[in-house]
Write a protein that binds this ligand. Structure first.
Ligand SMILES: [Zn+2]
Length: 819
């Protein structure tokens, strides 16, 4: 079927604040707050390991109450975590979490940095994390972040020891402490000095809390001081914005939607504890720290004089004060600052001047994704909202023009631009990676994202200053209004496998379906897989108009050994031109639309699998691909909501419950009795993992059992069958030790921690170096004529990755028949 739609593209609409907001004019209160920040001239680096680790309360307080520039350095982009709002895992999840952090920072005012460390999933110690990442590499990145941002103070979220919990957390604190000492050393990572200079932070604190140490709440300030701890009430109100600091923090935290961190707006007194780890004790919180202006009180007092005389309704008068009082001082560079602080001050003061003048410059393309290397229209809008005429000059190859723009006037014009050669994709995903991202250009290091094309201009009123504006897409929808999204460069043809893994059962055959999407019209396109010598033929002569999609199917027959894996790349050809990229659109309404371009590859697995086709009810949880995987091997999967099928559950051979369903799916509460009746009457119910926190039902098995936080994080941890003769290990597939080979990321998580005699634990395993053996990864109970399984085994990772043993084990679980 042909569809004249960019299906999956530009399907969602966003509010104005999501992208490209830098060029918008701010209110005079926002500019006033920028002046306070320029006056303060102090920077804090907050260090932790994952998107969502950061204490948004402290960041909001630092930024908005103390006017301190704050960066959150997250070691990872969180790609090893769970996703509660969709199917994305791994790199795609890391993209979602990166942009959730950026949205959170837009609210609390902070900025964002990362290291190259990949979140490889749960880690039990810092040593394990270091052994995977390479300690020197990540340490270099933390040192680089310090040298680049030049914080006067560093704050860690976690203690530098095992109390930190997650190994990545502990690692973040250990690295921050080492990097604190190394950042100023000329001998440490000297290769960085072509981009940054040595930097000496003044102090380091650990952001302790009564969560770690309940007794902190009862201590007096003096007692805390004996322990080098200072207490701060971050629950203050900013009268300028009418917002409490913890209120801002709640809004920022709620942006971590894929982690289900939505929280109500918190107001009133709230205490944070900062424990001094390095540097000198001071009784005040940051007030006595000197920042950018340590060498020039005069600069600081000139900014103070503008703050004192600030006029909220006459921005031009503020501009004139700025030009007369501050500008001449800034011009004498050597007097007040060393090195890179000049850039920081210049950038902030250019933003302040632009807003005082009322200059808005926007650069945008239209709605459609733009084919790489093609020419497109660049629209420029210049608006002078101020009270005086100004000079604007654009001076770059594509736009070379200058003009005067009168007070209150808008001038628009169009130029031609050429799209780059490569499709849009997050920069850290351009090269293959294991546990550390490879980055093409060291200058990108630490950046949360690369900005799209920047259009530069100069504004002149009395004095000239530079501005820049980021290219984006803008269009109008009649039901929504103006829509803004990032620019999207796409290949002429995108080819995408319908699934990442193809399974060939026994001696069967399987169809590979490739979706072909044209972003421009193509004639006589040929699509062909390659990579393994079996009977797979190319499709030729495909004609597509712009926006059209078609599906090309290729038959594969087993030609490999049982349980063998093959990597298959596919390409489309237009004459000599080859297209091998697949464009994945990440579309949620709380982050911008982001494209990920990657090679069209999939894994072909020959699977030695016995099973009987049957109808299975799949109850959705927070989102996984287990249902598709079961469908691919031949089960009939019904995803009808429970409410519609609650009275005919006996039709199903088994009911499989998706991950975190008892955390997210309200229907399970309503129909729990019916589910248990189904089991009692001879049904088979398999519940995949749920988290112990936030369960909608405390009891969801036929007999009580408890969920814990136990997990086995080593994907190759030895599996010991506790009941080797149990039917689950023999019918219809004989489970062998080889079935536990080739697993990915982990064995499982959120195992059952306690259960009654009615349950039988089936597998035991543990991570190396752990004392405790975990038996609760797969437990089963007979109830009436049926059976109930709770499984913490991460089938949701193994099945999409094409792990044969995981298929065989899950099939046995589904086909289990109690005697
Ligand atoms: Zn974390």
């Amino acid at each position: 079927m042909r569809k004249h739609l960019f299906l999956g593209f530009a399907a969602l609409f966003f509010s104005l604040t999501l992208v490209g907001q830098e060029y918008e004019l701010q209110s005079s209160t926002e500019t006033y707050k920028d002046l306070l920040k320029l006056h303060r001239g102090l920077r804090v680096l907050y260090v932790a390991a994952h998107p969502d680790d950061e204490n948004t309360r402290l960041i909001a307080w630092l930024e908005n109450e103390k006017n301190i520039e704050t960066v959150y350095l997250s070691l990872t982009r969180g790609q090893g975590g769970q996703n509660l709002i969709g199917d994305e895992k791994g790199d795609a999840l890391g993209v979602i979490r990166t942009y959730e952090l950026l949205e959170a920072r837009k609210i609390d005012g902070g900025e964002q940095m990362f290291t190259r460390a990949v979140d490889f999933g749960y880690s039990k110690s810092a040593e394990e994390s270091f052994s995977k990442w390479g300690k020197e590499e990540v340490l270099a990145d933390v040192v680089y972040a310090i040298r680049k941002f030049r914080p006067h103070i560093i704050i860690t979220r976690f203690p530098p020891n095992r109390n930190a919990g997650h190994g990545h957390h502990e690692a973040s604190a250990l690295l921050a402490a080492e990097a604190f000492d190394l950042a100023s050393e000329k001998s440490a990572f000297p290769d960085q000095f072509d981009r940054v200079e040595p930097w000496t932070p003044q102090a380091m604190y650990f952001n302790s809390s009564s969560w770690w140490r309940k007794e902190l709440e009862d201590k007096t300030d003096l007692e805390l001081k004996d322990e080098n701890i200072i207490r701060v009430n971050i629950g203050t109100l900013d009268p300028i914005t009418g917002m409490g600091m913890n209120e801002i923090a709640s809004l920022a935290r709620s942006k971590h939607r894929c982690q289900a961190f939505g929280t109500s707006r918190d107001r009133g007194e709230r205490f944070e504890y900062l424990e001094l780890l390095k540097g000198e004790w001071r009784d005040d919180l940051f007030d006595s720290y000197e920042g950018v202006w340590s060498r020039s009180e005069g600069h600081k007092s000139s900014i103070q004089s503008i703050i004192d005389q600030y006029n909220f309704t006459d921005p031009m008068s503020n501009y004139k004060l700025f030009i007369n009082e501050v500008e001449p001082k800034l011009a004498q560079r050597s007097m007040w600052a060393d090195g890179k602080d000049i850039n920081y001050v210049n950038q902030l003061s250019a933003k302040i001047k632009r807003n005082m003048l009322g200059v808005r410059v926007e650069a945008y393309a239209g709605q459609d994704p733009i084919v790489v290397e093609s020419e497109f229209d660049l629209n420029i809008e210049v608006y002078n909202g101020g009270s005086e005429a100004l000079q604007i000059r654009f001076n770059q190859p594509e736009i070379d023009t200058s003009f005067e723009i009168g007070s209150g006037k808008q001038i628009s014009f169009i130029r031609k631009l050429n799209a780059p050669k490569e499709p849009s994709t997050p920069y850290w995903l351009r090269l293959p990676h294991d546990e550390l991202y490879e980055i093409e250009d060291p200058n990108w290091q630490g950046e949360p994202r690369l900005r799209d094309k920047m259009i530069e201009y100069t504004v002149k009123f009395d004095v000239p200053f530079k501005g820049e504006t980021e290219l984006h897409r803008k269009w109008t929808d009649r039901s929504v209004g103006e829509i803004l999204q990032p620019i999207q460069y796409v290949p002429l043809v995108s080819i995408t496998n319908q699934s990442n893994t193809l399974l060939i059962k026994n001696d069967g055959e399987v169809m590979q379906h490739i979706e072909v999407l044209a972003f421009g019209s193509v004639k006589d396109l040929r699509v062909s897989p390659s990579g393994v010598e079996v009977d797979a033929t190319a499709r030729t002569g495909i004609m597509l108009e712009k926006g059209q999609k078609t599906t090309v199917s290729t038959k594969w027959q087993s030609g490999s050994e049982p349980n063998e894996k093959h990597n298959i790349r596919s390409s489309a050809y237009l004459g000599d031109l080859a297209f091998h990229q697949s464009v994945q659109a990440i579309e949620y309404d709380h982050i911008p639309n982001i494209l990920i371009a990657k090679d069209c590859e999939m894994t072909l697995v020959k699977l030695d699998l016995k099973m009987q086709a049957a109808k299975i009810l799949y109850i959705e949880g927070s989102g996984d691909e287990v249902d598709e995987a079961l469908e691919n091997i031949g089960y009939e999967i019904d995803r009808t909501p429970l409410s519609e099928v609650a009275d005919k559950l006996n039709d199903y051979k088994a009911i499989v419950v998706g991950i975190r369903a008892y955390n997210t799916n309200d229907q399970l509460i309503a129909y729990q009795d019916k589910l248990m009746n189904y089991v009692e009457n001879g049904g088979n119910m398999i519940v995949q993992y749920n988290t112990s926190r936030g369960l909608k039902l405390d009891e969801f098995g036929p007999y009580p059992f408890q969920l814990g936080r136990e997990r086995v994080t080593e994907e190759d941890a030895e599996a010991i069958l506790l009941q080797p003769k149990h039917q689950v290990f023999s019918k219809p597939n004989k489970i062998e030790s080889s079935d536990f080979d080739g697993w990915v990321q982990e064995r499982g998580l959120y195992f059952a921690s306690e259960w009654g005699d009615e349950y039988t634990p089936l597998i035991s395993w543990k991570d190396s170096g752990e004392e405790k053996i975990s038996d609760g990864g797969l437990i089963v109970s007979q109830y009436g004529k049926g059976s109930f399984f709770y499984s913490g085994i991460s089938f949701f990772r193994q099945l999409p990755a094409g792990v044969p043993g995981a298929y065989r084990l899950l099939v046995n679980t589904i086909e289990y028949q109690p005697k």
